[in-house]
Design a protein around this ligand. Structure first.
Ligand SMILES: Cc1cc2nc3c(=O)[nH]c(=O)nc-3n(C[C@H](O)[C@H](O)[C@H](O)COP(=O)(O)OP(=O)(O)OC[C@H]3O[C@@H](n4cnc5c(N)ncnc54)[C@H](O)[C@@H]3O)c2cc1C
Length: 489
């Protein structure tokens, strides 16, 4: 094999690229990040993430410092034009199976700063800004990447074992691998206005409010600190042209705040879309985040989906870099992630229809009538699509709970590899074993999963479970699916 510059090249340093780089760096692999902008984009975009994502932040060691930049999100209410409650989606302040609260609010640049700061700890990670990737070539066992320095115009060539395109909605990487986008059917222009309150005493809702209306659907978001946001559907051409003009904007905003109450930080128009790439990889080139899928923001799940992508992909790439190349392992990335993200996008689109008053409150299967007659929703938890593990294993693809084990939590026992939780001790150098006998909570968990032993992946999903006492056979078969012992790289 020709001499390579690194294990992985990441194209794009948004939240998806930043989390991926942190995950790969933990495996002690070398990463080069090529980012075309010369600095971090310092304006608001994503404002919400959930417990599963905080668990990933814990995995990459940023949760403790980042926590004080977040607030706990109380939930979302959908109201009709007369302010009657149509649907309530509360997010109770209860620790979930992931070991965190169900939902947080944050400011995207704070997250991106934390991700970059943490990357500076790793000697094998380098970030190259002003670097516009314009050519990618899959070779038999590496990828050739060309990029141009936008300041000097110098063109450089790099070679790496893998490339992941985290290069956002207009992904160059996606175009290069000729991956078409499947349109799931939602497209609408929305104005987005981010403000900073001058005075914290202004009385505004303490949670997200979705104002459903056939004329003027809108969203209010209670964001971190003094930050608040309104999103408003633009339903006509004149709207698109004129809505953000001072006079029109204040006709809308004055329902909530006076001019003196706020500073407008940003006002812009987005086209909210629902798209998924049909093909998420070609050879050693992969897509993740907005490069692979786009969702309207009504559930606050666009960025979260990208972080789930790289949490799924990172450990698979790491195994292929450090052990033996395993095409089937890498193939499981799209098949496991596709249905999961599609369910989030479909539910988001149903919320979009409700907001526009062309749909009803049945936005997901988790909507029920509560005792007081209200329509109430709990968060959806789409499972992984088909991939690793046996189809008939009912535990496969479930999240393994981040439970307490004496004074630690399960996640503190994970480093980079799979873990075998079993009733009996077991020794194998590729897999860490934790015998559940030492911990009552673990014994109970195993009972709940109706298993003698479970193998959990580094992304905290259950890979396989067994009722059998024959651990040798169980571990061997599972490991063979993950590790391909034949082909180096
Ligand atoms: C109004 C709004 C509200 C939102 N709210 C939420 C929310 O509450 N929760 C949530 O989860 N999501 C939300 N999202 C979605 C979220 O912002 C995106 O999903 C997220 O930013 C995508 O991250 P990414 O890293 O995949 O892509 P991006 O953030 O787009 O980053 C891509 C990076 O790649 C770089 N790049 C592009 N091309 C090249 C190239 N050729 N060479 C080198 N670099 C390149 C770009 O400069 C950029 O830095 C919201 C989005 C919007 C617009």
């Amino acid at each position: 094999m020709s001499v390579l510059d690194c294990d992985l090249i990441i194209v794009g340093l948004g939240p998806t690229g930043g989390v991926l780089a942190n995950l790969i760096a933990k495996h002690d692999l070398s990463v080069i990040i090529l980012e075309k902008e010369n600095k971090l984009y310092n304006l608001p975009r994503a404002v919400h993430f959930d417990d599963e994502i905080m668990r990933v932040f814990e995995t990459i060691d940023i949760s403790r410092n980042f926590l004080n930049k977040t607030i706990i999100n109380k939930g979302t209410r959908f109201l009709d034009e007369k302010n009657n409650l149509l649907l309530d989606w509360p997010r109770p302040k209860i620790i979930t199976e992931n070991g965190w609260y169900p939902s947080y609010r944050f400011h995207q640049p704070d997250l991106e700063r934390s991700l970059r700061k943490n990357l500076s700890k790793f000697k094998k990670v380098s970030i190259s800004q002003n670097s516009d990737v314009f050519s990618l070539k899959n070779k038999s066992n590496f990828v050739e990447v060309k990029y141009k320095n936008l300041k000097t115009n110098k063109v450089s060539l790099l070679k790496s074992k893998f490339v992941v395109g985290c290069d956002g909605a207009n992904s160059f990487v996606r175009n290069t691998i000729n991956s078409d986008l499947e349109d799931l059917g939602f497209q609408q222009k929305w104005a987005v206005i981010d403000v900073l309150l001058n005075n914290k005493k202004v009385l505004l809702p303490d949670r997200t409010i979705q104002y459903c209306s056939s004329e003027r659907p809108a969203t209010y978001c209670r964001n971190v600190g003094r930050r608040r946001r309104w999103e408003i559907a633009l339903k006509s051409e004149s709207d698109e042209k004129d809505f953000l003009k001072e006079k029109n904007l204040w006709k809308f905003l004055s329902r909530w705040v006076a001019k003196d109450d706020v500073q407008i930080e940003r006002k812009t128009v987005y086209t909210f879309q629902s798209l998924i790439a049909k093909k998420w990889s070609k050879g050693r080139i992969f897509l993740a985040g907005d490069a692979a899928h786009l969702s309207p923001p009504f559930m606050g799940q666009g960025m979260c989906a990208g972080i789930r992508d790289v949490s799924n992909l990172a450990w698979k790439i790491a195994i292929c870099c450090q052990n033996f190349h395993n095409k089937n392992l890498l193939k499981s990335y799209q098949s496991e992630r596709y249905n999961n993200v599609k369910e989030y996008i479909n539910t988001t689109m149903n919320m979009g229809k409700l907001l526009n008053e062309i749909g009803d409150t049945n936005v997901s299967k988790t909507v029920k009538n509560s005792n007081d007659g209200k329509r109430t929703m709990t968060s959806i938890k789409p499972s992984l699509g088909p991939g690793l593990g046996k189809k008939n294993d009912s535990n496969r693809g479930k999240v393994f709970p981040n439970m307490r084990l004496n004074n630690k939590r399960v996640d503190e026992y994970f480093d980079k590899n799979l873990i075998l939780f079993s009733k009996n001790n077991y020794k194998n150098k590729l897999i860490k074993n934790i015998s559940v006998q030492q911990f009552d909570t673990l014994s109970c968990a195993l009972k709940k999963f109706n298993s003698e032993a479970l193998i959990v992946r580094p992304d905290r999903y259950i890979l396989s479970s067994t009722n059998d006492n024959n651990l040798n056979d169980f571990v061997d078969k599972t490991m063979l699916e993950v590790y391909n012992y034949k082909k180096r790289y």
